[in-house]
Design a protein around this ligand. Structure first.
Ligand code: ADP
Ligand code: MG
Length: 733
């Protein structure tokens, strides 16, 4: 049996994995609320166990960034250690999100030693405040984008008390994870969490100022909320292990589309396969223990593609929870002999995976600022906040595009399956009509209140909820009480796009306040001034609003006319960094310093280059080690057959042999031109130019090679083909 056949045999004989469900001592199965968050330790749990004064010191650290006295941090560490040990935890780690897009951890045991009188080594469990608050992983193994010179390899992680600590349970042990930020010794952010926290602070400051001017004097803090819908693929581990391209690059670089794809649209919302459902139950159970409120699960559009989504939370927590979710998805999948693929485009010809970032703004009281309310004031405020978000997106659409740029996501944003690379916002018909009426000034009123009623704004809650005309093609769609940023890639760390969005909106709030201040000094009625400002902003930002089909060519032409950037590839998107004005708002609001921006540019370029180089090298190797040998075997088989027949004095059509031979020649040619172009691209010194060459010269030649190889796959003997085929990877269950 060939390796491929044996993989199929393995895949179809898998047993469904059964797990223990959480039970109480009597054996009764627990409801989710009875075990939700049992593996976490957050501020509530710390508060319960801490002296009042100590807890107040901790709150001063959380809210005002005050230093934690040493005795207090030791007290907190002790409380945490006692709880962790009672859970059977032996190790702890600072858990952080470096700029690789992944999570990182370095484990230490709780033990420390002392020597007995006789000189024997004794062990005791210890955890100091210093170890809780700060740790020093060797930063040199994480990307710094040039911010850290080699002699200053050190970096440190700092505990983020606003995100609960959690215990990661693996087969033979438990580790306490301490959510942390990661900084260089000079205070540069080496991670994605730090800029996110800074962006929330900037947004809060400028939103509060504006809202107070609107009359909401009791609003003291604004935060952003995030609900992340995560798409992923599941493939059998046996198939996966026979695909060097999936193992190395996360996507199939070759592979003929199977005759059945997603054309019947029968997978989406179809019944979930039993083995996958067993996997989902386990995922949810694990995530509930970890305090992640997973709410929905379903099949996605492509075969073998699925989605899960939590209930939204504060952005910082939601980002941590999404990173944790990705991690748990991959780990639990293996227990089911499945591999979870988080790449944006694992398979050509069927949909790729994204991550819809549902985003909104909330006051410290939990009021959603993108939710129209009951009173005219709330509705006016809603319109003002909506206009502010549109302004932020309009003015910083290029930065927002940068925030979602990655080699994997290029396959989605360039194709008609996900929102295009052109950033625009969709509001829906009814809401658009209201904005149009405000803009045209169709109604001239005596009072703003009357205007609000006449504009139909009093019906806003109903209008905003009118989701009948949902536009699935829009990258940034208003869906009733939140925006859905849909262009984010499935493997992305959501902190990146969210930080940029938060800062863009913070900038817009700052400008709105300035302009409102001027208007207020000129008119008596506040509401009139606000309405006048909304009207101006609606007009100014009109170019960013698009209600039509984002996949159409007309939109591309129209967007060009409107002056909206269409940066279809990562190298094009990263060129935005070369325009200092485009990113300077991040520095203005203290979210990223110039050095930190430069570092991110370097890292994004480097990651893109490495990814494409790896893909090119892998596809060339696959050609030599799998595709060409299969074709050679086929040529030999057909040649032998022709020879036998000729020797028998008979004749036979040689078309098939000639065809396969010409495929063989074409493969050799295609591989050698790829090789040549690849070699000249990797010689280029300038990183931006190298990335461009990889994108515009190497990728098309990889595609050309693939087209020929995929054609070969469909023509030669099935038994000669060594790589698992799409139909097997996607449909064999
Ligand atoms: P739909 O997009 O179909 O209306 P849901 O209401 O289920 O779907 O929401 C999809 C995601 O958006 C979920 O993760 C949900 O928690 C999240 N979401 C809902 N309201 C908000 C909000 N105010 N802020 C951020 N995310 C939200
Ligand atoms: Mg979805």
């Amino acid at each position: 049996m060939s390796a491929r056949q044996s993989a199929i045999a393995t895949a179809i004989s898998r047993q469904i994995r059964k797990i223990e469900r959480p039970k109480d001592l009597t054996g009764k199965i627990l409801a989710v609320n009875e075990y939700f968050g049992e593996a976490t330790f957050g501020l509530d749990q710390i508060k319960e166990r801490l002296a009042k004064d100590s807890y107040e010191s901790l709150m001063a650290m959380v809210h005002k960034g005050a230093r934690l006295p040493k005795n207090v941090s030791d007290e907190i560490a002790n409380v945490i250690k006692d709880w962790a040990i009672s859970q059977g935890v032996t190790h702890f780690c600072h858990w952080f999100q470096p700029m690789t897009g992944l999570t990182a951890e370095k484990h230490d045991a709780f033990i420390s030693t002392r020597t007995s009188e006789t000189g024997q080594t004794m062990v005791l469990e210890k955890f100091s405040g210093a170890a809780l608050i700060q740790s020093e992983p060797d930063a040199s193994s994480f990307p710094s984008g040039g911010m850290r010179s080699t002699f200053e390899a050190r970096g440190y992680t700092a505990w983020d008390p606003t995100s609960p600590l959690f215990v990661m349970e693996t087969t033979n042990g438990k580790t306490l994870c301490i959510p942390s930020a990661f900084l260089s010794y000079h205070g540069h952010a080496l991670d994605t969490k730090t800029p996110l926290l800074r962006s929330t602070e900037a947004l809060s400051k400028h939103a509060v100022k504006f809202l107070k001017m609107l009359g909401d004097v009791d609003i003291n803090g604004v935060t952003t909320t995030l609900g992340v819908e995560q798409e992923y693929f599941l493939v059998d581990r046996a198939m996966f292990s026979l695909r060097p391209d999936l193992i190395m690059t996360g996507r199939t670089l070759l592979g003929r589309a199977s005759t059945r794809g997603q054309q019947f649209e029968d997978h989406y919302f179809g019944s979930i396969p039993a083995r996958v459902l067993a996997f989902m139950h386990e995922i949810e159970q694990e995530l509930y223990k970890l305090g992640v409120p997973i709410k929905t699960r379903h099949n996605e559009v492509a075969p073998a593609q699925f989605e899960l989504a939590p209930i939204f939370e504060d952005s910082n927590l939601a980002v941590d929870h999404n990173s944790l979710t990705m991690d748990v998805l991959c780990r639990v999948a293996l227990r089911h002999d499945l591999v979870c693929l988080l790449h944006e485009k694992p398979f050509a010809g069927i949909n790729g995976s994204g991550k819809h970032n549902n985003w909104s703004l909330s006051t410290q009281r939990g009021e959603n600022l993108l939710e129209p309310g009951k009173t005219p004031h709330q509705n006016l405020r809603f319109l003002a906040v909506l206009a502010t978000v549109l302004k932020g997106v309009y003015e910083h659409s290029d930065a927002l595009r940068v925030g979602i740029a990655a080699a994997g996501n290029d396959h989605r944003l360039g194709a008609n399956e996900a929102p295009p690379a052109i950033i625009s916002a969709f509001l829906g018909d009814s809401l658009s009509k209201i904005l149009d009426r405000i803009e045209s000034g169709a109604i001239v009123e005596d009072s703003a209140e009357e205007a609000i009623i006449n504009l139909g704004v009093s019906k806003l809650p109903v209008v905003a909820r009118d989701n009948t005309d949902r536009n699935r093609t829009s990258p940034f769609a208003f869906t009733g009480n939140k925006f859905e940023f849909r262009a984010v890639g499935s493997s992305a760390n959501c902190a990146v796009p969210t930080s940029i969005l938060n800062t863009a909106v913070a900038d817009a709030f700052a400008q709105m306040s300035e302009r409102l201040e001027k208007k207020l000094s000129q008119t008596k009625s506040r509401d009139e001034a606000v309405l006048a400002l909304i009207k101006e902003v609606i007009k100014e930002t009109k170019a960013i609003r698009f209600e039509g089909n984002n996949y159409s060519d007309e939109w591309k032409a129209e967007a060009k006319k409107r002056g909206l950037p269409n940066l279809t590839t990562t190298p094009e998107a990263l060129s935005v960094f070369e325009n200092p004005k485009a990113m300077s708002f991040l520095t203005k609001y203290n979210v990223l310093s110039e050095d930190e921006i430069k570092a991110r540019h370097n890292i994004m370029l480097e990651r893109y280059i490495k990814q494409i180089e790896m893909e090119a090298a892998t596809v060339m190797e696959l050609t030599h080690t799998h595709v060409l040998p299969a074709v050679e075997a086929e040529v030999e088989r057909l040649g032998n057959m022709a020879k036998t027949i000729k020797e028998a004095g008979e004749s036979i059509s040689l078309d098939r042999l000639e065809n396969i031979k010409s495929i063989y020649e074409n493969l050799l040619k295609a591989e050698s031109s790829l090789q040549k172009e690849f070699e000249s691209a990797v010689q280029i010194h300038d990183e931006s130019k190298k990335a461009s060459a990889l994108s515009t010269k190497v990728l098309p030649l990889m595609q050309n090679l693939r087209d020929i190889a995929d054609d070969a796959e469909g023509r030669i003997s099935d038994s000669a083909w060594s790589l698992p085929k799409y139909r097997e990877i996607l449909f064999v269950k």
